[in-house]
Design a binder for this molecule. Structure first.
Ligand code: SF4
Length: 506
């Protein structure tokens, strides 16, 4: 599930590269801001958004709790519709099944619409190694395929590229200079892909939702390429994660309200296709043969896990990426896996089942909770990141310095005398390194943090010191109370507390 070659580098190193890439930072910032604003307006305009989020969450919780039942129902209905169903336990198995179907059909060209599961199983690589041309037909996917890169966003795969970089890539492909104008660039790709749709032997799609009650699958898209992929070639293969199921078309109404608004700020995507089996005699178009590969690849490991099962509720809208202050600075490739951003930081180690290999990715978060606020099905990603960190420490992969630091911190803040002494020491010790009320020391544990930020210095007088001083001054100004007056006052307070205040007429 990793991008090629990433296991040789750390998140920190990859993030460092991204932070030094001005083009990437501007492009990611620009698009995530646009998407975030779009989502904000769409959800505000919709009204009672939180009620719909809660409804979406309940549908997903219920479906995943009864996943075996709904999966069974879906499979039975899809088979009754004439679909060939295949199950793949691992990514290798999923790719092998797809390759087998392609070999059986003697396919030489496969057109694909956007599918994160196909990225997860590295399908293009497998097909191409077998001499089968695999062509991405989603504009963003096509661009990164030409660039030889992995998607850096769940919804906008080429989010890290600007139109000048895209023009350069497409110019090479066209063999003539293409102006960095979006109409020109999109026009070239449209023309090029039309030919490919017509000559392809197989169309391959992902699946946004699979409807158990009718055995149908639903695709949301804006470019119309998924509709071409699923109707023109004679054979269709759909790759779907086993958790894509929802019980009914009524549930789809809720999902169709949440997904486009959260993903792109649209009320609905330009196309929404519901596909129930291959072409029937009376149908004008559609494939003669349809296969659905249901992929586990680590998903069932989350079932029954009280801390991570909710991961399977994800509807892949990408809103958590757009909301995340870390993702918005470093983009998706720094995360190293197929899935990036907060969902990727949890999903990659969870699906991979090997926290050791990914033990630095959970650290790429400020734990601010913006991902939870953005999530249309309320997945508590920030809590999951903490669980991952805890598991990492429990497995003996914690940072020893950090662990000692935390123990020392706990010992200081849990005792008021030690805390006050530490503040006084800090106030004296910081004098040598404070500039303009901030600390920019590029040494020791603060080195990395201070590279991009200024740490605030301790106040000359802490709130507690100021409070104590004020308290003392007030006590000095007020004359001591006569003991007989104090005793009478205390008696009155006691009587009032016992409900006898009326005796005294007040
Ligand atoms: S975790 Fe939530 S916000 Fe993030 S992609 Fe999944 S559904 Fe969308």
């Amino acid at each position: 599930m990793s991008q090629p070659g990433v296991m040789d580098t750390t998140v920190k190193e990859r993030a460092g590269l991204a932070l030094n890439d001005d083009f990437l930072r501007k492009a990611v910032k620009f698009t995530t801001e646009r998407l975030r604003n779009g989502k904000k307006s769409a959800s505000e305009e919709h009204g009672n958004w939180d009620e719909w989020r809660e409804r979406g969450r309940q549908i997903r919780l219920h479906t995943i709790a009864y996943l075996d039942y709904y999966l069974n129902e879906f499979v039975n209905n899809a088979r009754a519709n004439g679909v060939h169903i295949h199950f793949a336990d691992t990514s290798v198995e999923a790719a092998a099944i797809a390759l087998d179907i392609a070999a059986h059909k003697q396919a030489s060209t496969v057109v694909k619409s956007k599918s994160m599961v196909s990225e997860e199983v590295h399908l293009n690589h497998v097909l191409e190694s077998a001499g089968i041309e695999a062509i991405e037909t989603d504009l963003g996917e096509y661009i990164i395929q030409l660039a030889g890169e992995a998607p850096s966003h769940i919804v906008i795969p080429a989010i890290h590229k600007n139109r000048y970089q895209i023009a350069e890539l497409l110019t090479k492909e066209a063999g003539e200079i293409l102006e960095p104008d979006t109409t020109v660039l999109a026009g070239f790709v449209r023309k090029k892909l039309r030919e490919k749709f017509l000559e392809a032997d197989i169309g391959m799609t992902g699946c946004n939702f699979a409807i158990a009650e009718t055995g149908s699958m639903v695709l949301f898209e804006n470019e119309g390429n998924a509709r071409m992929v699923s109707t023109v070639p004679k054979t269709q293969i759909t790759l779907m994660g086993m958790e894509r199921i929802i019980p009914s078309w009524t549930d789809l109404e809720v999902m169709a309200t949440l997904l486009p608004r959260s993903a792109t700020g649209q009320k609905l995507t330009m196309y929404m296709s519901g596909i129930t089996g291959p072409r029937r005699t009376a149908d004008a178009d559609g494939p003669d043969e349809m296969h659905i590969i249901i992929v586990d690849n680590g998903r069932s490991l989350q079932l029954g896990d009280p801390e991570f099962q909710e991961l399977l509720n994800c509807i892949r809208c990408g809103a958590c990426l757009n909301a995340c202050p870390v993702y918005r600075h470093i983009g998706g490739h720094a995360y190293g896996g197929t899935y990036s951003g907060p969902i990727g930081a949890v999903l990659t180690p969870a699906l991979n089942g090997n926290i050791d290999e990914w033990n630095d990715i959970a650290g790429a978060s400020s734990l601010c909770g913006a991902c939870y606020e953005a999530c249309p099905v309320k997945i508590p990603l920030h809590d999951m990141l903490v669980y991952l960190r805890r598991r990492k420490v429990e497995d003996g992969h914690g940072n020893k310095m950090e662990s000692m630091g935390m123990k020392g911190f706990a010992a200081v803040v849990s005792n008021s005398k030690r805390f006050s002494a530490a503040i006084r020491l800090g106030q004296i010790g910081q004098k040598a390194v404070v500039r303009n009320n901030g600390i920019t020391l590029k040494l020791g544990p603060l080195k990395g943090w201070n590279k991009y930020r200024v740490a605030p210095s301790l106040a000359k007088k802490s709130f507690r010191q100021q409070w104590n001083k004020l308290d003392q001054e007030l006590n000095q100004e007020q004359p001591a109370m006569d003991p007989s007056v104090r005793s009478r006052m205390e008696q009155i307070i006691r009587e009032r507390e016992e409900g006898e205040g009326t005796k005294h007429g007040y």
